[in-house]
Ligand binder design. Structure first.
Ligand code: AMP
Ligand code: ZN
Length: 111
């Protein structure tokens, strides 16, 4: 996906503040944080959204979720954190490359 900003980050064409990387996942800080700690976990392979996943992605999705608390703890969120996956235009998704937001450090959520 040549026009996908997160694919460009994966390819190293756009810089990021990296939190974690392995063969199939990348995590980096959000450029526009909504809390003291705000990073995202993405698959390196281009998947547009959660609505574009199927049974074949079950292991990958599981790895993304299992990684979340490990990285959250490393980033100082031992007390807890929020996970958000915006899906599709109706779900407020702006970047159409699957990502999990990990957000915390700002006290209880204002909702
Ligand atoms: P979403 O609305 O779930 O699609 O969120 C996309 C997120 O990507 C937003 O929180 C943006 O601030 C973030 N974002 C966009 N471009 C970049 C970038 N180059 N580096 C880091 N985060 C980005
Ligand atoms: Zn992409």
């Amino acid at each position: 996906m040549s026009d996908c900003i997160f694919c460009k980050i994966v390819a190293g064409e756009i810089p990021c503040r990296k939190v974690y990387e392995d063969g199939e996942l990348l995590a980096f800080h959000d450029i526009n944080p909504v809390a003291p700690v705000h990073f995202m976990i993405i698959p390196k392979a281009h998947i547009a959204s959660l609505a574009d996943t199927g049974e074949e992605h079950a292991t990958l999705l599981g790895r993304m979720l299992v990684l979340a608390p490990l990285l959250a703890r490393e980033q100082g969120l031992a007390d807890g954190f929020r996970t958000i996956i915006n899906t599709g235009r109706g779900g407020g998704q702006e970047v159409f490359h699957l990502h999990i937001h990990i957000i915390g450090g700002g006290g209880p959520r204002p909702m």
